[in-house]
Write a protein that binds this ligand. Structure first.
Ligand SMILES: NC(=O)c1ccc[n+]([C@@H]2O[C@H](COP(=O)([O-])OP(=O)(O)OC[C@H]3O[C@@H](n4cnc5c(N)ncnc54)[C@H](O)[C@@H]3O)[C@@H](O)[C@H]2O)c1
Length: 337
C-alpha cells in the first residue's frame, strides 16, 4: 500500500516507516525537518534495504499536500507530524494549535481533494488529563490539562465530526502512552533537540555523562515509592500498532479509537534502577518539587487493541532500556554524532 507518513522522519514515524517497508508497503514521508535530520533516510535504508520516498514540506500547506497525494497515488495516510512538548505548549500555544490543529485540518482538506479516505492519527494519553482511576479505558472522559493535550483532543473532536459527515471515511485515533526504546540495530532512535523533555532520553544522557543529574519531580505521590507511574511502550511495538491499525481499519468506515500501551505501569525510580542495572552505572538524581499538571498514575487498558487490532506490545522493560542505551552509546550526539 502507498502510505503518506507525515512526520515520518521523527522518532515514532521513522520506526513506523521501517515496519511499513519490512511489511512490503511503500511509505512516502512528508516532513519539514523541524525536529528531525535527513540522515534518518540513510539509516532506514541501511536497516530495510529500501529507501522511503521523502518530500520536504509542511502539513499546514494544503496545495503542497494535494500535489504529494496525487503525484504518489497515496492510498492511506498516517499522520505523525506535530509538536509534542507539554512544557513548551504552555509558553507557545500558537505553535501547538497551528502545527497540530491547523496542520490536521489542512491535511484532511487535501485528502478530501485527492479522494484519499483512510487516516491513522497520532493522539496521546495526555487527552485523558488526570483520570479518576487506572487502567484508563478509551471511553474515559477527555479532559486535557495543557495546550498540547487540548490541541490533540481538538483534532480528535474535529476528525470525529468530519467522519460523521463523511461516512465512507475510515479514521483511527491512536492514543499512545509513553513510547521509549529504539530500533535494536542502534541506527534509529529518539534524538531530542536540546534538553530532553521526556524521562528516558534524559536518564540516558545523564548515564552517558552528557548531563549532570536527573531531576525527579515529586516523590510524595500516592504510589508505592512516591514517584509518578507511567505506561512505557517500546517504540517498535508502537510502530507495529500502526500497521495493525492500517490493516484493520482501512476497509472499515467509521472512527476507531485505541489506546496503545502495555497495560502496566512503572515508576520513575523503577526506570532509574532498571537503567542502572543495565548500564552498570550510577545515575545521580535529586528530588524536586512536583511539576504543575503532572499526575500520579497513568496506564492503559489495552483490551480493545488486543481484541480488535489483534495487537499486543511484546517487548519488556529490560528490552526498552537495553535498546535506549544501545542507541545512546552508538549515537552520543544523536544523528549529529
Ligand atoms: N513521543 C511521545 O512521547 C508521544 C506521545 C504521544 C503522542 N505523540 C505524538 O506522536 C507524533 C510523533 O511523535 P514523535 O515522538 O515521533 O515526535 P518527533 O518530533 O520525533 O516527530 C515529529 C516529526 O514531525 C515533523 N513536523 C513537525 N511539525 C511539522 C509540520 N508542520 N509539517 C511537517 N512536518 C512536521 C518533525 O520535523 C518531526 O520529524 C506527534 O504528533 C506527537 O504529538 C508522541
Amino acid at each position: 500500500m502507498r502510505v503518506l507518513v507525515t512526520g515520518g522522519m521523527g522518532y515514532i514515524g521513522s520506526h513506523t516507516c521501517i515496519q511499513l517497508l519490512n511489511a512490503g508497503h511503500d511509505p512516502i514521508i512528508v516532513d519539514n525537518l523541524s525536529n528531525s535530520k535527513p540522515l534518518v533516510l540513510d539509516r532506514i535504508q541501511k536497516i530495510t534495504g529500501r529507501r522511503p520516498g521523502f518530500v520536504l514540506g509542511d502539513v499546514c500547506d494544503k496545495r503542497f499536500l494535494i500535489n504529494v497525494l496525487q503525484e504518489h497515488k497515496v492510498e492511506s495516510v498516517i499522520h505523525f507530524a506535530g509538536v509534542k512538548s507539554v512544557g513548551e505548549s504552555n509558553s507557545l500555544p500558537i505553535k501547538y494549535y497551528e502545527n497540530n490543529f491547523i496542520g490536521s485540518l489542512r491535511l484532511i482538506e487535501a485528502m478530501q481533494s485527492a479522494n484519499v479516505t483512510s487516516l491513522v492519527f497520532s493522539s496521546s494519553a495526555t487527552v485523558y488529563g488526570d483520570p479518576a482511576s487506572v487502567p484508563i479505558k478509551e471511553s474515559f472522559p477527555i479532559q486535557p490539562t495543557n495546550p498540547y493535550g487540548r490541541s490533540k483532543s481538538m483534532v480528535e473532536q474535529f476528525l470525529q465530526d468530519f467522519q460523521h459527515a463523511n461516512s465512507d471515511w475510515s479514521i483511527t485515533l491512536l492514543r499512545y502512552f509513553n513510547p521509549i526504546g529504539a530500533h535494536d540495530s542502534g541506527l534509529v532512535g529518539e534524538d531530542p533537540n536540546g534538553e530532553p523533555s521526556n524521562l528516558v532520553p534524559y536518564i540516558a544522557q545523564v548515564a552517558f555523562g552528557k548531563r549532570y543529574s536527573l531531576g525527579i519531580f515529586g516523590n510524595d505521590y500516592d504510589t508505592p515509592d512516591g514517584t509518578g507511574i507511567r505506561d512505557y511502550v517500546h517504540v517498535v511495538d508502537l510502530a507495529d500498532g500502526h500497521l495493525a491499525a492500517l490493516n484493520k481499519t482501512i476497509n472499515t468506515p467509521g472512527t476507531h479509537v485505541f489506546n496503545l500501551g502495555t497495560g502496566r505501569g512503572h515508576s520513575v525510580l523503577e526506570i532509574l534502577r532498571a537503567f542502572e542495572e543495565h548500564s552498570k552505572l550510577k545515575i545521580p538524581y535529586s528530588i524536586k518539587p512536583r511539576r504543575q499538571g503532572d499526575i500520579a498514575k497513568c496506564w492503559a487498558n489495552v483490551a480493545d487493541a488486543h481484541k480488535i487490532l489483534q495487537w499486543k506490545a511484546t517487548r519488556s522493560l529490560a528490552t526498552m532500556i537495553k535498546d535506549t542505551w544501545n542507541w545512546q552509546v552508538m549515537n552520543p550526539n544523536g544523528y549529529d554524532s
